[in-house]
Design a protein around this ligand. Structure first.
Ligand code: PYC
Length: 309
């Protein structure tokens, strides 16, 4: 399998550009289900150590079903599959530009949760126009062992998020372990207490927020991803979920910038518009940089050819 690695504001993306599994035709949702059912060892080989890492998000390029889309993208990580990935979309767009497959301006991609568009502003800077995002429930309380009652909002930004009010400790890399432990406990408590997104969607991403450290940013966040790794970037779908909550609360007007800082201090600039149906459409601007390209090799007899599970 040929791959190109990039990072988007610190968060890695590995785009499989050749030799990935043939998922046939069908909708993006059908193809990601086929990936999970028939080719999960391929996901593990790409993402898990020793070839990958817990933070890595994989992106498989597939033929789109729609003529107006440049590609279909299926995202996956160390534990399973993602409906959408904001940093991964920025990384994929910069990768396709690096390969000369897209040029400056707007391109559309199909994902399992809908069509997103990107605007390639320069070789490294991309704005993603995400799927419609919304706050599903506000001020939800969850009883978390060792932490007590935690209150937050449940929102969709292409994945399901629990956006806790506040943070158990200051959001910085020195507290990465404590933040991860608290978020994992909230993730488990939501599961145990049957608290979910619309139609039972599993809330597999947890966010904490604090004041930003830089004077011109609006907020700092910590985002726990489904496989237990934290997002080094401010998380594109997580920032979309945040924007949806702010819009729903009347705390952010359309076309107003919201600068979201990550736990490592990198940032996305977010804003939203309303579509004809009055839905919130977040846009996220960030930068990605190519880090490496190569081939994944699985030699006969390698006991970890399919990753360390
Ligand atoms: O940027 O949307 C995102 C994302 C999801 C998981 C990791 N990054």
């Amino acid at each position: 399998m040929r791959f190109i690695d990039s990072h988007t504001e610190g968060e890695p993306t590995r785009v499989i550009i050749a030799g990935g599994p043939d998922l046939g035709s069908g909708s993006m949702q059908q193809r990601i289900e086929r990936f999970a059912r028939d080719f999960d060892p391929v996901r593990r080989a790409i993402n898990l150590e020793p070839r990958g890492s817990d933070a890595l998000v994989g992106a498989l390029l597939v033929e789109p079903t729609r003529d107006d889309c440049a590609a279909g993208i299926l995202f996956f990580n160390n534990t399973g599959y993602l409906g959408m990935c904001g940093h991964g979309t920025i990384g994929t767009a910069v990768t396709l530009a690096y390969l000369g497959k897209i040029g400056p301006g707007v391109s559309k991609f199909e994902t399992p949760v809908g069509v997103v568009s990107i605007d390639l502003i320069d070789a490294n800077t991309v704005t993603v126009r995400n799927v419609a995002s919304y706050r599903h429930r506000s001020d939800v309380t969850v009883d978390v062992p060792d932490y007590g009652t935690v209150t937050g909002d449940i929102a969709w930004g292409g994945n399901w998020f629990f956006l806790a009010k506040g943070t158990p400790c200051p959001i910085n890399l020195g507290n990465e372990r404590a933040l991860t432990d608290a978020a994992l406990k909230i993730q488990q408590a939501l599961r145990d207490q049957g608290i979910s997104g619309r139609d039972g969607g599993e809330i597999d991403h947890i966010e904490f927020f604090s004041e930003a450290l830089s004077h011109d940013a609006n907020s700092r966040n910590f985002v726990l991803c489904p496989g237990g790794a934290y997002d080094r970037s401010p998380c594109g779908t997580g920032t979309s979920a945040k924007i949806a909550c702010l819009a729903d609360a009347g705390a952010l007007a359309p076309d107003t910038d919201w600068i979201q800082e990550s736990v490592i201090g990198s940032r996305f600039i977010a804003r939203y518009s309303l579509n004809d149906q009055g839905e919130i459409i977040p846009s996220i601007t960030g930068r990605a940089f190519i880090c490496s390209e190569g081939s994944l090799i699985q030699q006969p007899g390698d006991p970890f050819a399919e990753g360390i599970s």
